[in-house]
Design a protein around this ligand. Structure first.
Ligand code: R5P
Length: 295
């Protein structure tokens, strides 16, 4: 694609350089430094006037820092006369798209307004937690899906026996259904409740006919691993065969991976949307397919 430039700063270097290579476009690494008091400072040099810039930044780890960096970079690029397209595979605050507990801020709405205020023309993200969240962002935005790429990886690697796709909660049922269609498998959703203060996850036991079946748990995010751990224990009680977890954003905080291994998981298949040890599936081709439609 001609006339495009890819910009990124250090934490998203792999994604930025990878995308630039796919597009055959030049790239710039934005300089980002931190003052002794902890404040960040962004510096972008060069004549950017009239350029269409794909600004790549995944907002994990350190979501607050990554968000602020992104805002500062976007502001500077817009000020210099560039057209800024935000490419944000992991969008911080996407889970706060509604009030869970009285008095909470719908933070995604605030983030959306900030994105607009720094001149971003369009936002592209990946498997946003809930598509309703897109409506809170007052600029054109689109959520690309990593599910086809994840399914392709799974199909190549496993010869699944009577596969059953499971969403750990009702909110993720559309995602699991979409995945099961690609696999041509059955699908069900569990009924997960989370205590919003303690974070404790409870999954309602229902009659699960999973005996000897290969299970594929489909989720957008694995954070502490608590959700998948609870689901595995329920499924193992039902004497299932292998349990594989596929997810777009494997944050795998702390001992999450160990937790899942002790619960008996066969494999976690994640993407490179954020840096993690389970990033087996490359999201860049899926993002690039969408970017090509931007003109
Ligand atoms: C929640 O609704 C999400 O889809 C994930 O299920 C959740 O973020 C996973 O978090 P954790 O791994 O901490 O249980």
């Amino acid at each position: 694609m001609t006339g495009w430039l890819v910009a990124y700063c250090d934490p998203s270097r792999n994604l930025g350089t990878g995308l630039a290579k796919l597009m055959g476009a030049p790239s710039i690494e934005v300089q980002s430094k931190v003052f002794p008091d902890g404040e960040g400072c962004i510096r972008i040099q060069g004549d950017l006037y009239g350029n269409k810039v794909l600004l790549v930044q995944s907002m994990y780890p350190d979501p607050d820092k990554r968000l602020l960096e992104f805002l500062l970079m976007s502001h500077k690029l817009s000020e210099e006369g560039a057209e800024v397209y935000g490419i944000v595979p992991y969008l911080a605050y996407a889970r706060q798209h509604r009030v869970h507990n009285e008095g909470e801020v719908v933070s995604l709405g605030v983030v959306g307004h900030l994105l607009r205020s720094v001149g971003i023309k369009r936002l592209v993200t990946l498997d946003i937690h809930n598509v309703e969240g897109l409506g809170l962002i007052p600029i054109p935005c689109y959520s690309v899906s990593a599910l086809p790429s994840l399914a392709e990886y799974l199909k190549k690697k496993y010869d699944l026996h009577e596969p059953l796709c499971i969403s750990p909660d009702l909110g993720g049922s559309t995602r699991a259904e979409a995945f099961s269609k690609i696999l041509q498998a059955d699908t069900i959703s569990l009924d997960k409740q989370r205590d919003n203060s303690s974070g404790e996850v409870v999954i309602d036991k229902k009659d699960l006919d999973v005996k000897d079946r290969d299970i594929v748990i489909v989720d957008d995010i694995i954070a502490t691993g608590g959700t998948i751990q609870k689901a595995i224990s329920l499924l193992k009680d039902g004497c299932c065969n292998r349990v594989i977890a596929v997810c777009t954003h494997s944050l795998l905080i702390g001992d999450a991976l160990k937790k899942l291994e002790s619960a008996g998981i066969t494999e976690v298949i994640g993407t490179n949307s954020v840096p993690n040890p389970m990033s087996k599936v490359d999201i860049l081709p899926a993002l690039y397919s969408h970017i090509k439609t931007l003109g």
